[in-house]
Design a protein around this ligand. Structure first.
Ligand code: OFO
Length: 167
């Protein structure tokens, strides 16, 4: 059975995953409206994955007898100055997700809730992958620059890296 503290913190993480879904859908829309089809596809896949992250938490809470609660979400931004800024914001958002997961792991361990500790290991690995992928994308964007054909190359590169991941 989950403690009240872990219940509240897992619910907060459900909300964070939901905020990732709407943020990445909005990013996908911004990319599509500018003809960055590779980036639009990338963010659509990201949004789908974040929905799965939310559902995993949702199901885990139900399995432990706790009530998942979906809270209010702030509207995401609707535009970004450059593709580089878009990916920097995404990287920062994912770093915050990693920080949240680490805090949850800390609480599970402190409470000796080994079932939740074990469940959270999937998220630890997932966040490691996310941060690594986004960092390498940011490095490539830095190398290519957005001038001239650069943006086209970046869009193709991002599309190539859009692949379904951990289930
Ligand atoms: Fe990538 O944020 Fe979910 O866990």
């Amino acid at each position: 059975m989950l403690s009240n503290d872990l219940t509240n913190k897992l619910n907060a993480q459900i909300n964070y995953e939901c905020s990732s879904v709407v943020l990445y859908m909005q990013m996908s829309a911004w990319c599509a409206s500018r003809g960055y089809d590779g980036c639009a596809k990338f963010f659509r896949l990201q949004a789908n994955e974040e929905k799965q992250h939310m559902e995993k938490l949702f199901d885990y809470m139900l399995e432990t007898g706790a009530l998942p609660i979906l809270g209010q979400l702030a509207a995401p931004p609707t535009s970004w100055k450059t593709v580089k800024e878009l990916f920097q914001v995404t990287f920062d958002h994912e770093s915050k997700a990693s920080h949240n997961i680490s805090a949850l792991v800390d609480v599970a361990l402190a409470e000796k809730d080994y079932s939740t500790f074990n469940f959270l290991q999937w998220y630890v690995a997932e966040q490691h992958e996310e941060e690594h992928k986004l960092k390498s994308l940011l490095d490539r964007i830095e190398m290519i620059t957005e001038e001239g054909h650069g943006l086209f190359t970046i869009d193709r590169e991002v599309s190539r890296l859009s692949s379904p991941r951990r289930q």
